[in-house]
Write a protein that binds this ligand. Sequence first.
Ligand SMILES: [Zn+2]
Length: 260
Amino acid sequence: MDRRHFLVALSAVTVGALGLARCGTSAQPRATEATPVAVEQPPPLLPPPPRAARIPLPGGGVLSSLPGDDLLALTVDDGVSSDVVRLYTEFARDTGVRLTYFVNGAYASWTENQALLRPLVDSGQVQLANHTWSHPDLTKLPLSVVAEELRHTHDFLWKTYGIDARPYFRPPYGAHNAHVDKISTELGYTANTLWSGSLEDHIVIPADEIVTMAEKYFVPGAIVIGHLNHEPVTQVYGRLVDLIRERRLRTVTLRDVYLS
Ligand SMILES: [Zn+2]
């Protein structure tokens, strides 16, 4: 083989290997001959709206849907499983999907995945928000403990990721009352972020049921809640992103939409 043919062969194998990496399957045979390999690119995800289009947070303190006709906020919570945090973050890195993580600082996943997460947090593709330190029902706690639950994760995110998570927080179980709202507001957590639809994966459910929930709730204007806790969702990332593409939705973080 002369040098030119060697380079052609090398580039064909390289393209073949890239194609395998993109579609994420190892079952296909390796390209062994110097034949051109057509790499089928998936359509790109729509980018978020320009930053100049951001709008003020609505008054009233509670967010459960988004404005516009093509925005989807996929918001995923807790972080019980370090593997699921890692796989969700790799999913974001590899597809461009934009995510908001509601963090319980008590879980080791948030330090174990710091190096992987940090560049996505820095670029704004993944937003970190406050979901309390240890996931209690805040309505059942003395006010001083409510404050401590929010402060602890706030300080953790500042120290570990260099970000100020305010004003976005999500009370565990969506449980809040006037006392919780007063404390959270005093601490600068004025955007109590609830949801319009759920993947229902706070408990272990089959992966197909997660897709059924996504088909129901991945609609324009939705804030959808999922969880960084159980493995089944990690089997269906391809189907989730196909749905986002088919429906021409723009995935956004909350900061992509609102000025704070
Ligand atoms: Zn939670």
